[in-house]
Design a protein around this ligand. Structure first.
Ligand code: NAD
Ligand code: MG
Length: 389
């Protein structure tokens, strides 16, 4: 019986994970669940799955949860330290907190040598080398949940040792749907609303990643994620627009072979794959009927339409704390857009300014990364304040 902690249980990935777990009560036991502010939703999950521990964001939230769970033997706590504890205590950790807030607990799971199912791409983008070093040093297991990276993982040889050349890998082809604004007149992007940006054509996801998909910063973060997960230099990673989201990514080999993973766009497939790896379990996802799909399209991304994609490649090539700078500026700008304080196109302008007006250095320690994150947030907030004044 595998014990599981879900960090970010009330989010889109958290809910899909619980859906898969509920299908296999003989294999998995929920050890702990966390949520930031949605205490009612967490209480309902706790009643259904009876974890040993539950963690929320604040003392107030913990008191409310305790009242809702009156009588149930569930230890309730709040804050980052408690998140780090539940991440270190279970066999397997689903890292599904959104943004930089997930870094500390995900790193705690790595340092405890746990099996990490990584959805929280921002943690890896911020701290790439340090995180991968911690995984290796503490013999943790890292399995990708992001559908593209899970597809790449499935398309690589079992014995892949983060050395693309040794396995004959010529290119990693990272597919992208192109989001809701792939064909929209660029001039009108200034005025799109948060709801329009969050209306993804093929996936249903949390609001931050949905905006990231509309700017294609999500794909930019995924390029950096692929670099760290698979040891692939920036030049080996190519983004391909594929609007149907049926091929989740591909690996092109030096002999001309291209291996791909296909499936309906439903995150329960990569979640079930990573949970059971190297076995296979039922995920609840319908079998892909390829004749129903009929046509698969592919096109090159337009970097002028999606400047965030170019900024992410730039940050990856710059290295050090540049990706942490990019990520922090993006988190602040996306939140400001969701709060209708700035326009959609201000997102890429803010990130570009923060990246080009601030120094970045070596990512020598987590403290250095967090300091860069804090400086970038401050710089981005300053620009937002100017724009929304
Ligand atoms: P979401 O917004 O639906 O859920 C986020 C979860 O994180 C919630 O449970 C929330 O309580 C928790 N959380 C938010 N802020 C927090 C904080 N400051 N401290 C602690 N917990 C906090 O997001 P999501 O769509 O489930 O995405 C989660 C992660 O998975 C993101 O990193 C995203 O990029 C990645 N991801 C999501 C999908 C998807 O289909 N949704 C696909 C690939 C990767
Ligand atoms: Mg993805």
């Amino acid at each position: 019986m595998q014990s599981i902690t879900i960090l970010g249980a009330t989010g889109s990935i958290g809910v899909s994970t619980l859906d898969v777990l509920a299908r296999h009560p003989d294999k998995y036991r929920v050890y702990a669940l966390s949520a930031h502010s949605r205490v009612d939703a967490l209480a309902a999950q706790c009643r259904a799955f009876l974890p040993a521990r539950a963690v929320v964001g604040t003392a107030d939230g913990a008191a409310r949860l305790a009242a809702l769970l009156d009588g149930l033997p569930i230890a309730i706590a709040y804050g980052e330290q408690a998140l780090c504890e539940i991440a270190a205590e279970a066999d397997t950790v689903m890292a599904a907190i959104v943004g930089a807030a997930g870094l500390a607990p995900t790193l705690a799971a790595a340092r405890a040598g746990r099996k990490i199912l990584l959805a929280n791409k921002e943690a890896l983008v911020m701290s790439g080398q340090l995180f991968m070093d911690a995984v290796r040093e503490h013999k943790a297991t890292l399995l990708p949940i992001d559908s593209e990276h899970n597809a790449i993982f499935q398309s690589l040889p079992m014995a892949y040792g983060r050395a693309p050349g040794a396995c004959g890998v010529a290119k990693i082809l990272l597919t992208a749907s192109g989001g809701p604004f792939r064909q929209r007149d660029v001039a009108t992007l200034e005025h799109v609303t948060p709801d329009e940006a969050c209306k993804h054509p093929t996936w249903t996801m949390g609001r931050k990643i949905s905006v990231d998909s509309a700017t294609m910063m999500n794909k930019g973060l995924e390029v950096i994620e692929a670099h760290w997960l698979f040891g692939a230099p920036a030049d080996l990673i190519e983004v391909v627009i594929h609007p149907q989201s049926v091929i989740h990514s591909m690996v092109s080999y030096c002999d001309g072979s291209v291996l791909a993973q296909l499936g309906n766009p439903d995150m329960r497939t990569p979640i079930a794959h990573a949970l059971a790896y190297p076995e296979r379990i039922d995920s609840g996802v319908a079998q892909l009927d390829i004749t129903q799909i009929g046509t698969l399209q592919f096109e090159k991304p337009d970097f002028a339409r999606f400047p965030c994609l170019a900024l992410a490649f730039e940050a990856l090539r710059a290295g050090g704390t540049a990706p942490a700078l990019l990520n922090a500026a993006n988190e602040v700008a996306v939140q400001a857009f969701l709060d209708t304080r700035i326009g959609f196109r201000d997102i890429d302008r803010i990130i570009s300014r923060v990246m080009h007006e601030n120094e970045h250095g070596a990512a020598s320690s987590i403290e250095a990364v967090m300091a860069q994150d804090a400086r970038a947030r401050q710089a981005a907030e300053h620009i937002v304040a100017g724009l929304s004044a």
